[in-house]
Design a protein around this ligand. Structure first.
Ligand code: PMP
Length: 428
């Protein structure tokens, strides 16, 4: 494949945009090479500026559950735009999407819309701190909750007592309130809670992790977190930015039958426009301004175009009773195909899958947390990534990402993908 125009565009972009991209993960820093510049996308395919077509397994990092340029979403946005693009006043459609979301997701009474997953998670922890009148939070290594200061934290040498910033610009003061735990390790969480008695406002978790590849919770883990929270007055925050409206209509709360206290959304809920949301029962949500003391706001929050896209998306998901099953079947088919192709060529690997999320790790051991995800062979991944790209298959340019399966993918697309992997595996 030729990437002449993408290369030229990247050169230009780097002069006026840091690293040429508006979000670091889009650059190919982890795999080498030049990022592909997208021109358009339809259904299962994305087309670049050079006219190449790719079967897309990133799907804008999750939102495109039903495929690109899904007609009901596009039409809804166009129609709304004709009536004005933002008012800074309440609109009927905000209540309409809120009612639908509240009816689809268990255990929430009210929802507030924001503009990104970052905002949703940032606001959720402020609300949890305000509500519990405590300061510290526990997050899990390898889970991503956006780029707000409290989440850009690495385990310090005294990880039991405090974290340390993992980006310049995050203050020590902020870092001291974030404790880092190991995913799927209840004992570790218990230790942190014991060592920080009556100081922890919330435990925030991706209940199915998607940002270190896909890592489902082991049996009993989420139940254990729920119990720890209940007996210590800690709020459990499910960051369902990736999993919400994807793994079930009601997200992981529904899938695993576990109630969180606050739930964060993003990606699918916006149908590809910039939307995030957080939700909880009345008691907690009524703690928010203007009726409660915890401040949170946004000039463009509940933007009519974004709400129109999100509403069209949620309505389709809600009405299509076979959707989740279809997605899972396609993902399983792909899983089996990839495993066969890699096994035939004796390539060491582990595949994690749940619902429409799947990740391929070039590692022998079970991948259950950040440390085991980090053991994957990155050199093999790089070859795999570029091999896929050259065969017209676009996966995330990092071994720590999940592939997102969409309803637009056909079995022909999946077969083309598996055939490509069979070929690539010979040279891995
Ligand atoms: N939480 C999770 C689980 C995510 O995957 C992401 C983004 N990948 C975020 C939060 C942050 O969302 P955004 O990029 O919209 O700020």
């Amino acid at each position: 494949m030729l990437y002449k125009r993408s290369s030229a565009l990247f050169q230009e972009a780097q002069k006026v945009i840091p690293g040429g991209v508006n979000s670091p993960v889009r650059a190919f820093n982890a795999v080498g090479g030049t990022p592909i510049f997208a021109k358009s996308a339809k259904g299962a395919y994305v087309y670049d500026e050079d006219g190449n077509r790719f079967i897309d397994y990133i799907n804008s990092w999750g939102p495109m559950l039903l495929g690109h340029a899904f007609p009901p979403v596009v039409d809804a946005v166009i129609e709304k735009a004709k009536q004005g693009t933002s008012f800074g006043m309440p609109t009927a459609i905000e209540t309409e999407i809120a009612e639908l979301a509240v009816s689809m997701v268990p255990n929430i009474d009210k929802i507030r819309f924001v503009n990104s997953g970052t905002e949703a998670c940032m606001s959720a922890i402020r609300l949890a701190r305000g509500f519990t009148k405590k300061d510290k939070i526990i997050k899990f290594a390898g889970c991503y909750h956006g780029h707000s200061d409290s989440f850009l934290i690495a385990a310090g040498s005294g990880a039991i007592t405090f974290g340390t910033p993992n980006s310049p610009g995050v203050t020590e003061g902020t870092a001291k309130d974030t404790l880092l735990a190991r995913f799927n390790d209840l004992e570790n969480v218990k230790e942190l809670v014991e060592a920080n008695k009556d100081a922890i406002a919330a435990i925030i978790i991706e209940p199915v992790a998607g940002n270190m590849g896909c890592i489902p919770p082991v049996d009993g883990f989420l139940e254990g977190l729920r119990a720890i929270c209940d007996s210590n007055g800690i709020l459990l925050i499910f960051d369902e930015v990736m999993t919400g409206f994807r793994l079930a209509n009601g997200g992981v709360q529904e899938l695993k039958n576990i109630n969180a206290d606050i739930v964060c959304f993003g990606k699918v809920v916006g149908g590809g426009l910039p939307v995030g949301a957080f939700a909880a029962r009345n008691e907690i949500m009524d703690y928010l301004a203007p009726i409660g003391p915890v401040y949170q706001a946004g000039t463009l929050s509940g933007n009519p175009l974004a709400m129109a896209a999100g509403l069209a998306m949620l309505k389709t998901i809600n009405a299509d009773k076979g959707l989740m099953n279809r997605l899972e079947e396609k993902t399983k088919y792909l899983h089996n195909g990839i495993a066969d192709a890699l096994n035939k060529n004796n390539i060491t690997h582990t595949i994690n899958r749940i619902g429409s999320m799947i990740s391929v790790h070039f590692s022998e051991d079970a991948v259950v947390d950040f440390d085991s995800a980090a053991k994957g062979n990155n050199e093999t991944f790089k070859k795999f990534f570029h091999g896929m790209l050259n065969k017209g298959i676009y996966i995330a340019p990092s071994a720590f990402e999940t592939w997102f399966i969409t309803d637009a993918l056909t079995y022909e697309d999946l077969n083309e993908t598996i055939a490509a992997i069979e070929d690539i595996a010979k040279d891995l």
